[in-house]
Structure formats: structure tokens, C-alpha cells
Design a protein around this ligand. Structure first.
Ligand SMILES: Nc1ncnc2c1ncn2[C@@H]1O[C@H](COP(=O)(O)OP(=O)(O)OP(=O)(O)O)[C@@H](O)[C@H]1O
Ligand SMILES: [Mg+2]
Length: 517
């Protein structure tokens, strides 16, 4: 007999991850005409920079935005890099499969971490213009491959439509996407602003933007060295949850759980394995696949009681204090610039991170004209990638909002101040797949505050010095004006030659002087 449930469940279907994001593109940042365009560019540019850095190549990234016809919201975007290229057989998965990539499963400090960025952009192009992506890439083997690729949404797979292979010496990757319902402008949320910010945080990169009206501009590289490629940072035992451990064991190539632990976790020595075995009562010479949930829980609990060497943070690649300062000086021509790179810290029990913060005061710093001018401006970055949207929900914003700026002689509404913050970690705790704001982890919040206070203290020194200097100059002005007159009158009353007052002036004002008159 057929029940009502049988009837209702006739509609039961499975969906692919691509289908989910096709319907929920907003979760990947595709909302609004300006934001959607910036998001496409963000995804392509972060990939280019990641690829170049991993290969140790000084990045040279070109972004071209062209109009297709009289419709100003119909644009073609091309992003080209001089990176290592993509082997031909991976092209369908890179551009046509969601949750696929070289980053998802490695603890490496990179801009990408989900394996969904560029396929999301291909999807957006596909659903707005109906056109596949055009990809040209070469690994430097003398062959340049050019394909048209789209996403088969039902299967979450890439489909190649056309393919052409030509000989050539060029190496790198170029992707072209045709988009509709996007809008180009030069606001704070635009590709222009985004690339400008990218350039501040990546002084080793050269970035070119060609705007739809043909205007071409170059954000030049200001430092020569390419950052050292990031190094994998294995998970730290204390930061692990039972579920993480089971996943590691399931994917492990080791023959025993003990082998998996030493291979996959940091600071796991033979002695530590033995200690964990003793404390948890779980035999660790069993096959990794046979580990049960309860056993994993017991092992994780044992880890929490054990002492380990502090987690290693040597794989992190901060920008560095000097480079941040140099970039800020170059971009804002400020009166004063300062930057701090804090020591590595850990969140969630063992994930290492570094907070860097720079301040530029005066000059072109602070909120621009379009925002009413004056007041503090905040530039947020995660692993050198600008976070342009969702500022309100980000821990960087809340940590800085909670600073008592008055103590540093600063006023958020008035001070001409740009604050630059870069959060570095192999795992950035984003609040959503759109990767635009960082979750409120207590350790991160604290570190951000410390970094802000470190820099603000330096700035306060500068501001106080400036005030003292101004007072001294004012005082000097008064003496310079009146002392010569007094000296002249006094000497004429006394019937003497006027004395040389220059040494006296210098003494009272503390400034060199030509003696007035
Ligand atoms: N320009 C490029 N040069 C070389 N490899 C690339 C390039 N673009 C993408 N890839 C490869 O394709 C993979 C998928 O890219 P995608 O942007 O979808 O994900 P991701 O960068 O790994 O993570 P995220 O979703 O956070 O961006 C990358 O992991 C990388 O291996
Ligand atoms: Mg990416």
C-alpha cells in the first residue's frame, strides 16, 4: 500500500554543490552589480597571486574590463598572470568543479582556501550571459592551451566546448569571462579600489588595470623580493576535534593510527604517541580506518591533558613592518606612518596566526572626498587579499571600534587616518563562503587590539611632538618679534650700542634664528 509519505517523497531529489551555489550565488558574494564585478576580479586575482607566490615568481597581473556593446552592464573581464600555469588535464576541474583545488586540504597560508572561488565566477558568468569561460594557459612546455569551459551544474563537472593548442613561449594563465548585470564605477567597492588595496598589501606585485573606457593604469611593484613560498603547517594536536581526527585517519596512507598521528600532526613524537595511548586507553597500532568516534574522542581528550611544544608558526608569511610602511608612504604620502607586525599567536587551541597593522596619518590618508572627507578609514586584509565587503560583521572592525581612541589624541570622526590590518593564517575563520569578514575568535580580537594600541602609541608620540614643536615655534615667533625691539629701546635709553641678541634668542626659543631685524 502506498502511504502519503511515499506520495510526498516522489519529489525527493539529490542536488549537486554547483546547483546549490547556482541558486545561492549571493553566498559567494554575487549580490549587486558593483559587488558582483569586484567579486569576479577578486577570485581571479587572488588565484593569480597565490599561484605566482607558490612558484616564487614576481607576480605581474593584468586585469582588463571591456564593454561588449551599448549595454553598459554587459562586460568582458580578462585576468592574466605570469604564474606557473595549469596542466591541461586539470582545467575542467579548476574552472568547472566546485570544491576542487590544491588548497582545501593543505594548511598553507594562501589567499584561497575553499576550492570554489574561480568556479563560482565561471558560474556567475554562465548564469548572467550564458557564455562559457575562455581559458588560456601554459606551463611553459612550449604549448599554449586555449579552451572554452563551462560548468555542468547537475554533475558539478567542467565541460570543455572548444580546444586549441598553439606553440608558444608564454607561460601563465588567462581567464576571460563575459558578464551581464554588472556595473563598472570607481567607488569604494569597485575593481579600481580593490586593486589599489591589493597593491598596498602586495608591494612585490605589479598590477595593471584597463578600465572600460580604455584608460590603463599600473600599480607598480615597490619591493623586489617575492615573499618566500608559504610552508605547510600540520595541525596541532591540542586544536584537534574528534571529527578532524577521524577525517585524517580516513584519508591516511599510514598503516596504523600511531603512524597517522606522527605523519599528520605537528609536535607528535614517538614518546607523545605512547603518552596518548596510555592516557586514552586506545590502542594506536590499529588500522586508521578502524578508529571509532568514541576512540577519537578519547584521544583528543588525552591531547588536551598533555604538554606539547608550542605550535610552529614558521610557515606564516606576514608582509612585514617595513614593507607595510613603505606601501602606506607610497600610496598616501602621509605626514607620519607606522606599522607593527606582532609575534605569532594561536586560536582554537592551536591554529597559528599573525596580526599586522599599519597607520598612515595626514597627507591623503583617512576617508576620501566621496565619503565626506576626514575621519578614519579602515583597510582590512586576510593573507594580503583585501576584504572590501561586510565590514560590519568582521572582528577587525569590532576590535578597532572598541579602542578608546581619545587616549591617543585621535578622533574616529575627524582624524585623517588610514588603518591597515592584515590577518595571516593558514586557516582564516571566515564567517561565510563569500570570504569577506573574519569570525570573532577571542584570541584574534585581543591581538588586533594590541596591534592597534602598539601603533597608536607611536602615533601619539608623533602627534605630541608635533604639538610641542608648534608651541615652541609660536613662542619663538613672539620672542623674535619683540626681543629685538626691547633690546633696541633698552639700549637707547641706556645710551649704549644695541647688543647681539642672537645667542639669547637661540637659548630661549631652542631654535636657530637670524636675530630678527
Ligand atoms: N591562475 C592560476 N594559476 C594556477 N593555478 C590556478 C590558477 N587559478 C586557479 N588555480 C588552481 O585552481 C584551484 C581552484 O581555484 P579556486 O579559486 O576555485 O579555489 P581556491 O583558490 O583553491 O580556493 P578559494 O575558493 O578560497 O578561492 C586552485 O586551488 C589552484 O590549484
Ligand atoms: Mg581561489
Amino acid at each position: 500500500m502506498k502511504t502519503l509519505a511515499d506520495e510526498l517523497f516522489r519529489e525527493f531529489r539529490e542536488h549537486s554543490v554547483s546547483e546549490f551555489f547556482r541558486k545561492n550565488a549571493a553566498m559567494l558574494g554575487y549580490t549587486g552589480k558593483v559587488r558582483s564585478l569586484t567579486t569576479v576580479i577578486h577570485e581571479a586575482v587572488t588565484n593569480s597571486l597565490d599561484a605566482c607566490e607558490e612558484a616564487g615568481i614576481p607576480p605581474d597581473v593584468v586585469v582588463e574590463i571591456k564593454r561588449m556593446d551599448e549595454d553598459p552592464e554587459h562586460l568582458r573581464v580578462a585576468v592574466e598572470d605570469n604564474g606557473p600555469g595549469i596542466p591541461e588535464r586539470f582545467i575542467p576541474s579548476v574552472f568547472g568543479k566546485m570544491l576542487a583545488g590544491t588548497k582545501l586540504h593543505r594548511m598553507l597560508q594562501q589567499r584561497g582556501q575553499q576550492g570554489i572561488g574561480i568556479s563560482g565566477a565561471v558560474m556567475f558568468a554562465q548564469i548572467t550571459s550564458g557564455k562559457p569561460a575562455l581559458v588560456r594557459t601554459s606551463t611553459g612546455d612550449g604549448k599554449v592551451v586555449e579552451v572554452e569551459v563551462s560548468i555542468n551544474v547537475d554533475r558539478n563537472e567542467g565541460e570543455i566546448h572548444t580546444k586549441r593548442v598553439v606553440e608558444g613561449k608564454w607561460k601563465g594563465t588567462r581567464i576571460e569571462l563575459e558578464l551581464k548585470e554588472v556595473s563598472y564605477q570607481r567607488s569604494r567597492y569597485s575593481p579600481f579600489h580593490y586593486l589599489r588595496m591589493t597593491s598596498v598589501a602586495n608591494p612585490h606585485a605589479r598590477i595593471t588595470l584597463e578600465e572600460p573606457d580604455g584608460n590603463r593604469m599600473v600599480f607598480e611593484r615597490v619591493v623586489k623580493e617575492v615573499p618566500k613560498p608559504p610552508e605547510p603547517m600540520p595541525l596541532y594536536p591540542k586544536g584537534l576535534m574528534a571529527d578532524d581526527l577521524l577525517i585524517l585517519c580516513r584519508a591516511s596512507k599510514s598503516r596504523t593510527v600511531a603512524g597517522t598521528l606522527t605523519a599528520e600532526l605537528s609536535r607528535m613524537t614517538r614518546q607523545k604517541v605512547e603518552e596518548a595511548e596510555r592516557l586514552s586507553g586506545v590502542r594506536l597500532d590499529k588500522k586508521p580506518r578502524e578508529l571509532t568516534w568514541e576512540e577519537a574522542e578519547r584521544i583528543v581528550k588525552a591531547f588536551k591533558q598533555m604538554k606539547f611544544m608550542a605550535p610552529s608558526s614558521s610557515g606564516l608569511r606576514p608582509i612585514g613592518r617595513e614593507h607595510i610602511e613603505k606601501s602606506l608612504r607610497q600610496m598616501y604620502e602621509p605626514e607620519f606612518a607606522v606599522a607593527v607586525t606582532r609575534e605569532p599567536k594561536f586560536y582554537r587551541g592551536g591554529i597559528p596566526f599573525v596580526v599586522e597593522l599599519g597607520m598612515a596619518y595626514g597627507g591623503k590618508a583617512g576617508k576620501g572626498e566621496e565619503e565626506g572627507g576626514g575621519g578614519m578609514e579602515l583597510l582590512r586584509f586576510a593573507n594580503r587579499a583585501p576584504l572590501v565587503f561586510d565590514q560590519g560583521g568582521c572582528v577587525i572592525t569590532s576590535a578597532l571600534r572598541d579602542i578608546d581612541w581619545g587616549r591617543y589624541s585621535l578622533n574616529p570622526e575627524l582624524s585623517p587616518l588610514t588603518i591597515f590590518v592584515n590577518f595571516c593564517s593558514a586557516y582564516v575563520p571566515y564567517t561565510s563562503a563569500g570570504k569577506q569578514s573574519i569570525a570573532d575568535e577571542p584570541e584574534i580580537y585581543e591581538e588586533l587590539r594590541f596591534a592597534a594600541m602598539d601603533a597608536a602609541r607611536e602615533l601619539r608620540f608623533y602627534l605630541h611632538r608635533k604639538i610641542r614643536q608648534r608651541e615652541r615655534e609660536q613662542r619663538a615667533g613672539i620672542f623674535e618679534k619683540f626681543l629685538p625691539i626691547i633690546a633696541k629701546r633698552a639700549s637707547s635709553l641706556a645710551g649704549e650700542e644695541p647688543p647681539d641678541i642672537r645667542p639669547v634668542l637661540k637659548k630661549v626659543t631652542g631654535l636657530e634664528s637670524d636675530g630678527g631685524e
